[in-house]
Ligand binder design. Structure first.
Ligand SMILES: Nc1ncnc2c1ncn2[C@@H]1O[C@H](COP(=O)(O)OP(=O)(O)OP(=O)(O)O)[C@@H](O)[C@H]1O
Ligand SMILES: [Mg+2]
Length: 255
């Protein structure tokens, strides 16, 4: 078990900008370092499981429903039993793969309902992630769906944008939102699918640009796991340089 606080990287940005692809390839990169990795698919559409070639098991939402049902049916006597069940089921819901574990969030936490259950789950997730070196979260477009307990602990927010004006505007909004929530989270922007057209990125902490990649498009269209991309692929090599710099700069011991 890991003894230090994990590096928690969340990928967000406009729909279709490349969050899932970049998250999956960042995981491929980290696997090479033999670290304990947890991949969290926080998009209810479940794109990361495809990109990593994982068959999802129970989602966090399934687990929430199970706990609610168990409480209703009085299968659970008290808080201690509820906690034990939550811990057990959360571990059971993890899909173990070669080099990483995988957890799917499913539907996001509904505001206001199942308060105590959500609090339990947040606590369990907090405990769970402390056992990893790296947690990589593939988000939806915004930050809202990322479990709040997890978001509080995100160390690196990577905002992915394409070159469109709308995508860049969303990147600005996400950056502002993140900076309002916390001063300690490191925020960075990757511009993806850069072709011939230029874009205005002033005032954004851009750490790198990535080209349009025929390989990425082909893997996606054939439903092939991005973990199978060649180590020598030009897009992947460029991405590893960007992610490597991001992590080395801040956590030299981790990579
Ligand atoms: N650099 C690239 N070159 C070509 N195609 C790309 C590139 N990056 C991503 N794509 C393609 O763009 C589409 C969207 O990519 P991806 O699913 O990674 O984005 P996303 O931000 O996770 O989208 P969503 O918001 O729908 O979850 C996919 O078909 C993917 O294969
Ligand atoms: Mg996605």
């Amino acid at each position: 078990m890991s003894e230090h606080a994990p590096v928690i990287i969340a990928f967000c940005g406009k729909g279709g900008a490349g969050k899932t692809s970049i998250c999956a390839l960042a995981i491929k990169y980290l696997i090479n370092y033999n670290k304990k990795i947890l991949a969290i698919d926080a998009d209810p559409a479940g794109g990361l499981s495809w990109a990593l070639g994982v068959i999802p098991s129970k989602t966090l939402d399934d687990l929430r429903q199970d706990l609610v049902a168990a409480l209703k049916n009085k299968d659970i006597a008290g808080n201690e039993e509820l906690y034990a069940m939550a811990q057990y089921e959360l571990l059971a819901g993890l899909v173990e793969n070669k080099g990483f574990d995988f957890l799917s969030v499913g539907r996001p936490e509904a505001e206001g309902c199942f308060c105590s259950i959500n609090a339990f789950l947040r606590n369990c997730i907090g405990k769970l992630i402390s056992h990893y070196d790296f947690v990589c979260i593939d988000g939806e477009a915004g930050l809202e769906q990322v479990n709040r307990r997890v978001l509080e602990t995100v160390t690196h927010l990577v905002i992915v944008s394409d070159t469109s004006k709308r995508s860049i505007a969303i990147a600005h909004n996400l950056l502002n939102m993140a900076q309002q929530r916390t001063q300690t989270m490191h925020c960075a922007v990757i511009i993806n699918k850069v072709g011939d057209s230029s874009c205005e990125v002033s005032n954004l902490p851009v750490i790198g640009t990535l080209p349009v990649s025929e390989t990425i498009a082909r893997f996606d269209s054939t439903g092939t796991s991005l973990l199978k991309i060649a180590d020598t692929d030009a897009y992947y090599t460029k991405l590893t340089g960007i992610i490597g710099d991001l992590l080395k700069q801040l956590v030299p011991d981790n990579v």
